[in-house]
Design a protein. Structure first.
Lengths: 137, 137, 137, 137
C-alpha cells in the first residue's frame, strides 16, 4: 500500500468564474500544492534544501490527465487525497482524488520528474533520488 | 478539415515559478482563453448573449489530458493552435498545440460541454447547439 | 474595539516567482479571501444567499493601498488579521495585517462597497445593509 | 516628459468572478506585466541577463495604491499606460492608467525597488542602476 496524504483546500470567491463554479485551472493549482505537501509530509526537505544536497529544484509535470466529475463553489472545503502510484527510472506517477463532502469531484493522474537546473536555463530530469523515494514509500 | 484558430500568449514574470519556468497551471489558463477565443473567432456571441438566446453560460471541462514537452519562460511568446476534433451528442473534443518559435512545447486534448445553469446552483450539460456547431465547422 | 478575524494562508511553490518570493498579486488574492472570511466568521450568509435577500452579490474594491514590508516564500504560513476600520454611507474600510512568525510582513487598507447587479451588466453600490453591519461590529 | 509605454491586455472569462467582472487581483497581475513590459520597451535586458551584469533579479513592490473606477469583463481589451513618475535613491515610482474604450477604469501608483538576491534567501534593494535609468528617461 502506498502512503496517502490528505491536503485540505478552501474554495474562495475569486477561484470561481462567471458560471459561479471553480474555474478549472484552479484545480491544477491545488493539485500542485497537494503534490508538494505530499513530499513535505513524507519528510522530504524544502526544494531550496534539496537543490543544495541533491540538485533537485522541484518536480515539474511531464504529462497529466484529469476528470472533472462534479463542480464546487466558494465556501466548499475540499480534501485532496494524494499518493505515488508508480516509480519509474526518471519519473513517477502521482495520483489525486479531490473529495467534497465525502464525494469524489475530480481525479487526476500525473507523470512528474525530479528536475535539476540545466546550464544556460531550463531544466533536466534527474534519476529518482533513492533517499526521497524511501521517505515516500 | 476542421477550422483552426491561433491564440497568441505572452509569458510574463509572474507566470513563472522559482524554477524560472512557466508554472504549469498557467498553461491551462491560456488553453481556456484559447478555447473561448476559438468560439469568438468563429462568430459565436459572448456567453452573456448565448445565456439569453440558448441558455449556454460557458463550456466547462469534463476531461483533459496534456503533455508538457518543453518549458517556456518570461519573454517567450506562444501560439496556441486550437480546433474542435470531434462533436458528440452532449460534448465535444477540443485540441490545442502550444508552439514556441515553431516548436511544439505542450499539447492538450479536452472534452467540454455546453453548460446551462441548473436550478438551485451548479450546471448541467445541454445538447450541442446546432447554430454554434455550424459556425465552428 | 472592532471585531478582528484571523485567516490562515499557506504559501505554495506556485505562489512564488523566479525571485523565489511571493509574487505580490497573490497577496491580494489572499486579502480578498480574508475579507470574505471575515464576513463568514461574523455570521453573514454566503453571497448567493444575500443576493436573494438583500441584492448583495459581493464586496468589490473601490480603492486600496498596501505596504510590502518583508518577503515570504513557499512553506511559510501567514496569518491575516482582518477588521473593519470604518463604516460609511455606501462604503466601508477594511484593514489587514499579514503576519509571519509574529512579524508584520504586509499591511493593506481597502475601501469596499456592497454591490448589487445593475441592469444590463456591471454592478452598483448599495447602501450599507444594517443587518450585515450589526453582525460585523 | 517621462517616457510612456502602452501594454495591451485582453480580459478573459477566467479573469472574472461570480459577479461577472474582473476579479481585482488580476489587475495587479496585469499592472506587473505592464511594469516589466515598460523596461523591455525601453531596451532594458531580461532580468536573467541583468542578474549576471548588475545583480538585478527583478523590481518587487514596496508600496502600492490603486483606485478602481469602472469594471471590466471578458471580451474587453484594456490599454495600460505606464510611466516612471519619480526616481529616488534606492526606489522609483511607477504609474499606471488602465483604459477601456478611451475611459480610465483603474489607476495605480507603486513604489518599486531594483532587487538583488540576499545571501541565505530573500532579497535586498540595490541603488538605482544608472544604465537602466538612462534607458527609461
Amino acid at each position: 500500500m502506498a502512503k496517502e496524504v490528505i491536503y485540505t483546500q478552501k474554495v474562495e470567491f475569486g477561484d470561481c468564474d462567471p458560471a459561479r463554479i471553480v474555474w478549472f485551472p484552479n484545480f491544477f493549482r491545488w493539485v500542485d500544492a497537494a503534490s508538494r505537501h505530499f513530499f513535505v509530509e513524507c519528510g522530504v526537505p524544502h526544494w531550496s534544501e534539496t537543490e543544495k544536497t541533491l540538485g533537485v529544484i522541484g518536480t515539474p509535470l511531464v504529462d497529466t490527465r484529469a476528470k472533472f466529475i462534479k463542480t464546487a463553489t466558494y465556501g466548499d472545503v475540499l480534501q485532496i487525497h494524494t499518493a505515488i502510484a508508480e516509480w519509474r527510472g526518471k519519473s513517477f506517477v502521482q495520483r489525486y482524488r479531490v473529495m467534497k463532502d465525502g464525494e469524489l469531484i475530480m481525479e487526476c493522474e500525473e507523470v512528474r520528474i525530479f528536475a535539476g537546473a540545466r546550464e544556460g536555463g531550463g531544466i533536466r530530469a534527474l534519476p529518482i533520488p533513492q533517499e526521497i523515494r524511501r521517505l515516500c514509500e
